[in-house]
Design a binder for this molecule. Sequence first.
Ligand code: GLP
Length: 259
Amino acid sequence: MEVITRPNAGQAVSLVARLLLSRVFANPEIVLGMATGRTMEHVYSHLVASEVSFKRCSSFNLDEYVGLEPSDPRLYRQYMHDRFFSKIDIDPANTHLPDGCAADLQKAAADYEALIDSSGGIDVQLLGIGIAGHIGFNEPLSSIMSRTRAKALTPATRLQNAEMFGGDPDNVPTRALTMGVGTILEAKELILLATGSAKADIVAKAVEGPITSMVSASAIQLHPNCKVIVDEDAASALQGRDYYDFVFANEPEWADYRD
Ligand code: GLP
């Protein structure tokens, strides 16, 4: 794992966007793993402003709410359409999210896993982090080997995500269909982005704490190709900053990204 701290949120977001664009540029048929949430909105703004073509890419999102109508504007499908898919040249048929509106969620989950497999697997998976340490919607006690499935959302997550639901956590769905931690770990590369002081403690737990199903993001420590990009605020509880900064300042792979 590498942990890169940038001076502010804008620079952290811009670094993530540059990394993703470099991956698309190197492999125009790349399979992208997408994430949602407020942090990611800024990444999508950067990506849509680029000249890079997504025409031959395909994408798989981490998660989707369960229990909303297919036309509900608060679906992550709509979030992705509005902020990203409708603004780039990707073929909509190649953009995938778990079907949280399906009558049979178990089948929808199994179909999603099969689709990821048949695409050859996810090349690079973008991740945010929830306040309680989730990646996707893998709430505390999610098995590190878990696969795509329906998961009950914690009160903390429903509170965190209430903004899109009129500010009332009671309006936030109680369940979501999410890739499992095991599904996420099979992506060839992980890039986790976190900004702001509210994420400082959980970032430190995920990066430096024990690997535990109580903090599903801690499972990224098992991944052989994982980058964590944070701003100063989100980095403020990390113990190993000096070494992480030394790596960023000295390792050749980061030479193009230091400004
Ligand atoms: C939602 C998503 C997560 C994401 C989290 C972060 O809960 N399901 O995948 O990591 O939001 O949200 P934000 O960036 O708004 O803090």
